[in-house]
Design a protein around this ligand. Structure first.
Ligand code: HPA
Length: 288
């Protein structure tokens, strides 16, 4: 994949919609419906976009949804691609390159995660305060991915990289404050913690969960960390949330299943959507 191919994707997308949002959201498992609730929607099936990678996971149909939330233009990425599907980080990161090229300045990332912190219960929402990247991959590594680096170089500046390195966390402090404030006002319980990203696709063993706990992780999942690393390098302001769909192996007494993950996601998706909506309104208010 090349810059030329990215340009082809962008010009296809921009012909489909006149909306030019500056806020985008990556919808993790469980929050997919959020995009459907937007008004004035343009839904683009990612399989129709030239050069856009397709997900191989059944039921993970990828869509780009352009629409408005209370008159605020928004881009929602529905159905993310996980690294374990192809072993190709370029596919995982493609949506971030697209977001950047479309002029997105604020990125909201969401995911489903297993709880490690003993104060968490399934169904809790967690504001991601920082992350641990245990995928052993990095979007900025030239060894891993020449393609990303080439694209990164054509727009981003080395000063971006410097400021990102000197930052304590990739997650924007002001956006985190907004999230905490709107949650408090709306009486939505919002936990805070460190998200650890692994490659998957298997859930962790009990010993791995203990290790992650010792490392300082509060939640674990199989996405997000590389996408956020690239987005921050592009200069985007990032805020992230995990839906704690289950407790990590060994913390919970019951055996972890995919059904539990989906079930919990469904149970809290309304609250999750409300939190995201309120946050977007708050972000929009401060832009004015
Ligand atoms: N581990 C990893 N990824 C997950 C989990 C988990 O327990 N739950 C949802 N995604």
């Amino acid at each position: 994949m090349s810059n030329e191919q990215l340009r082809e994707s962008i010009s296809f997308i921009q012909k489909k919609t006149s909306l030019r949002p500056t806020i985008a959201i990556v919808l993790g498992s469980g929050l997919g419906d959020f995009g459907e609730s937007l008004s004035n929607k343009t839904v683009i099936d990612t399989s129709t976009i030239p050069n856009y990678p397709v997900s191989t996971v059944e039921g993970h149909k990828g869509k780009l949804i352009f629409g408005k939330l209370k008159n605020i233009p928004l881009l929602a990425f529905q159905g993310r691609i996980h690294f374990y599907e192809s072993g190709n980080l370029g596919k995982v990161l493609y949506p971030i390159h697209v977001a950047h090229s479309l002029g997105i300045k604020t990125l909201i990332v969401t995911n489903a995660a297993g709880g490690i912190n003993k104060n968490f219960t399934p169904g809790d929402l967690m504001l991601i305060t920082d992350h641990i990247n245990l995928t052993f991959l990095n979007p900025l590594s030239s060894i891993e991915n020449n393609y990303e680096l080439r694209i990164t170089n054509y727009e981003s500046t080395s000063s971006n990289l410097k400021s990102q390195i000197s930052n304590d966390t990739f997650y924007n402090e002001q956006l985190c404050e907004f999230a905490e404030r709107v949650a408090l006002n709306a009486k939505i319980k919002l936990q805070k913690g460190v998200y650890c990203g692994l490659q998957g696709p298997t859930y962790e063993t009990a010993a791995e969960i203990q290790m992650l706990k010792n490392f300082g992780a509060d939640a674990v999942g199989m996405s997000t960390v590389n996408e956020v690393t690239l987005a921050v390098n592009y200069g985007m302001n990032v805020v992230g949330f995990s839906c704690i769909t289950n407790l990590g192996t060994g913390i919970s007494l019951t055996k972890l299943s995919h059904a539990e993950v989906t079930e919990t996601g469904n149970r809290v998706k309304k609250q999750f959507a409300k939190l995201i909506s309120l946050l977007i309104e708050e972000i929009n208010r401060t832009k004015k």
